[in-house]
Every structure is written in structure tokens, then in C-alpha cells.
Design a protein around this ligand. Sequence first.
Ligand code: SAM
Ligand code: SF4
Length: 495
Amino acid sequence: MRFIISKSIRSANHLRKYFYRNRNISPQSADRTLLKKFNSQRPLGPMPKICYAPWQNLFFNTNGEGIMCCKNTKVVLGKYPQNSIHEIWFSQKKELLQNAINNNDLSKGCFKCYDAIKQNSISSMTSIFYDKYGLLPQTNYPRVLEFELSNRCNLACIMCSERVSSSIAKQKDESYKHQEIYDEEFVNQLDEFIPHLWEAKFFGGEPFLIDIYYKIWDKIIERKPRTKIVVQTNATFLNDKIKKLIQKGNFVLSVSLDSVNKENYERIRKNANFEKTIENIHWFGKRQKDLGVIATPFRENWKDIPDIIRFCNEHEYHLNFSTVYYPTNLAFWTWDTGSLKKILDLYKSIELPQKNNAQRKNKNSFLELISTIENWYESKLKNENFNEEFLGYISDQQIQIDDESVLKVNGKNIAEAKEKFFKNAKNLNKNEFEKLIQKFQPQTFSLPVDIVYLELISVDISTIIDVINKSDEAEISRKIKNIFNKASTKYIYEV
Ligand SMILES: C[S@@+](CC[C@H](N)C(=O)[O-])C[C@H]1O[C@@H](n2cnc3c(N)ncnc32)[C@H](O)[C@@H]1O
Ligand code: SF4
């Protein structure tokens, strides 16, 4: 049955490619060209929505929070155990996010996907993963559940954090006591969701060390055995219990590997043993064709990336890269342009074969990594405030979206606010002021920059004139950006 559905999805995609080829997703969009380009590059072809996660996915993180996907940490739908899984999934906030996505508005916490689109780094984008569910008939329940239920981990990798590694938490605070939020009751509540599940994904901590996962796996295998169970593991240990379990369920493994040089690997992955990890990876690889490998490129291992690709090519493993935004002192995006140029020079000098699927996939992942670094490099050359601005843009500060605080606005409301603003601002040169506002490029597809007028109508005009007179252009631009960002979290724009 599933085969027939996926076959019909493929043929429907060919049709949609034809129909959508020349259609703009949103006529209001400020970034129409970018959006069109993104659609033309989606592996399954153009789709009506930018992302299907708000209809298909629910992610639980180590704090008990239920969110739309692992990348949007800004909008929390609810929190376990205060809210049940049912309450979290059926929260009104989900509808508000659906509304935003329907309008191609990625300003409600979806900056990582927006950034990936801008940087032409499409294939490893989180949103792309949900495309395959986009054409299926809509159900009231998610087809995908993602679990990051515990930070229990045996390693203390140098780029990771205490939020997902209990070993790092212990390193930072000796008195740290590991506490689980999710309990037996959580597993029981999954009964309502499992019949609708197609895919369940498990992150950590280290998934094979997290007791509650074994209970959930048993339940899935018993109730809906064909559900794909995806596990992201550090591959540091593998015992008979795990081996048996993997043969029983429909497991799909993805392993982490940040260097194929023993010394570097063990320096990055503290407490791990290189030879053991490689042995385990090959055990998984023998059992699973197209084994997934995730490498996390950052300042410590940038020279090792080409060798990781060669290793994956040799064994036909499929490589993806995990972009490091934090910690900022290890990430590429904060590095000076000289260092980024060095990375680019090395990476661009490398020729990669494309003889089979794995090699083609790995080359594509590598080209996207280069494109991401190149974008940061060029942005830094153009803008000396890049680090500061990018940090503000990616900050994990949560967006308060709830029924009371969010206001739905449309073009008419904005035009009225603008008219009211200029009526009160007689001393302001309208044309010059509008030019200042229009210079600012919003980091979103469809929120018009004019939403700032909704905020500006409540600011004293003399304060605005004072800012204009006393500040340089960069300072004014920063102020407009702050007003825009504030407005973008307060309003849902309806096309
Ligand atoms: C947090 S780990 C959890 C699963 C498992 N412990 C593992 O290492 O595969 C998931 C993935 O995130 C990657 N990762 C760790 N720190 C990261 C960071 N600061 N930025 C981006 N990815 C990171 C890891 O390398 C790994 O591939
Ligand atoms: S193994 Fe995974 S969760 Fe553990 S410290 Fe390393 S990256 Fe973080």
C-alpha cells in the first residue's frame, strides 16, 4: 500500500512540476525569485507550501517542550507533563504556525530553513524531509514524531552542549544530577498517536542509553511494526540487546563521524574510542544499505572533511552535514574572512567522483557546505557588523505566540497604519522616511517591511525625528530592524 502511495506521489510530483514551474508561490513575497529557485530545487519537485512540518510533525525536546520541528525552538506548542501530548498537538499555536507557513512567512522561528534557502543549501534542510508527506491526504494526527527526550550521553563532544549531553552537564557542574522529565505516562499517551505514525525519530543524548526509548520502540514494534524508526547515534557501543532489537524493528540508523583521523576524532568526541566506533559503523553499514553519516564541520575538523567524504564514498555511506551555529567560538560563521578563505580554497580544490548514488549525494552535500561557507564569507566582506547581526537573528529567544497576543493583520490594516502615521508626522519628509524603511531587507519571505508602521504609530514622533537627526544610516537601519523583528513576532500577516 505504502509503495503504491509513494509511486503515486512521484507521478503527482511530475505533474506538479509542470503546473508550478511558472507560478509564484506568493504574489506578495519580497523574495519571489529565491522562493521560485527553492521550489525548483526541491528533491520531490515544487510544492504549494514551503514546509509541511506543522501538519505532519511533533518534536519533544529535553526540556519537555513540544515544538513543530527540531529547528524551530522559538515557538513552544506546550510542555510535558503540564500539558498532555494531546493538548500539545492540538494547541492553537500550531494553527498560528500553519497560518504563517501558508503565507510563506518564515519569521516565526524558522530562520534556519530560511537561511538554508538563502544559501542554496537545500538538500540537508529540515523542511525538505517533510515534503514526502505533503501530498498525502491530511489527517488530524502527525505522521512523524521526533524524540529528544533525554540528555543521557556517554560522550562530551567539544562542540555539543549540556542540554543534550549529561556528560557535558557533569563536566560543567559536578553536582549535576541527571533527571528524566518523560515517564511511563508519556509512553501511555503515545497510544493515541502510534496508529497514525509512519516515522519516529530518536535523538539524544545517546539514544541507545536512554531507557524510555526501549519502551517506545517495543510499543511501536508491537502496535505498528512497519513504522520507520530512525536513530541518530554516536555509534560508540553496540551490544547483543541492541543488535537483536535492530533486526526486529524497521530501524534506519544514522551515525555521527567528525573525523577519520583517530587523534582528531578522540579529541573532538571525548570518551569515545575511534576503532570501536568504526567497527560499529561498519556493522550498521553491512545491515543497512545507504547508511547515513552526519559530520559536523567546525573550526576543529575543517581539514578532516575531505577525508570523511572519501571514507563515505568508499563504503557508499550517505553523508550529510550538521551546521554549527553554536558554540559561536567554534562555528565557521564567526571566523575571520582570512580563515574562511583558507577553507574555501582547500574545499574548492577537491575533485569528487560521481559514479554511484552515494558519491553523487556526498558531492552534493559538500557543494552545499561550500555554498554556505561562501555566503558567510561574502556577507562578512560586505558587512562589518555581520557577526552581531547574525547573532541577533539566530538567537534562541522564544517567540510568544498565543491566542491573545497574536494579531492577524492584512495589507489594509498596514496601509491604514501607514496613513495614520504620516498624518501625525507632519514634520517628517515622507519620501525620505519611506526610502529609509524600504532599504531594510526583512529576513522573511512574505512579511512586508511596512508592518513597522503598525509599531511606529504608537511611538512619539519627536523621538523618531531625534533618532533620525542623531544617528548614522547603519544605526537607523539597526533600529528599523529591531522594530521589524518585534512586529514580526506580534502579528500574523494574512495575504
Ligand atoms: C546532539 S547529537 C545526538 C545524537 C548522538 N548523540 C550523536 O552524537 O549522533 C546529534 C547530532 O548533532 C551534532 N551536533 C553536536 N553539536 C552540534 C552543534 N553545536 N551544532 C550542530 N550540530 C551539532 C552531532 O555531531 C550529531 O551528529
Ligand atoms: S555523542 Fe551526541 S549528544 Fe553526546 S556529546 Fe556527542 S554530539 Fe552531544
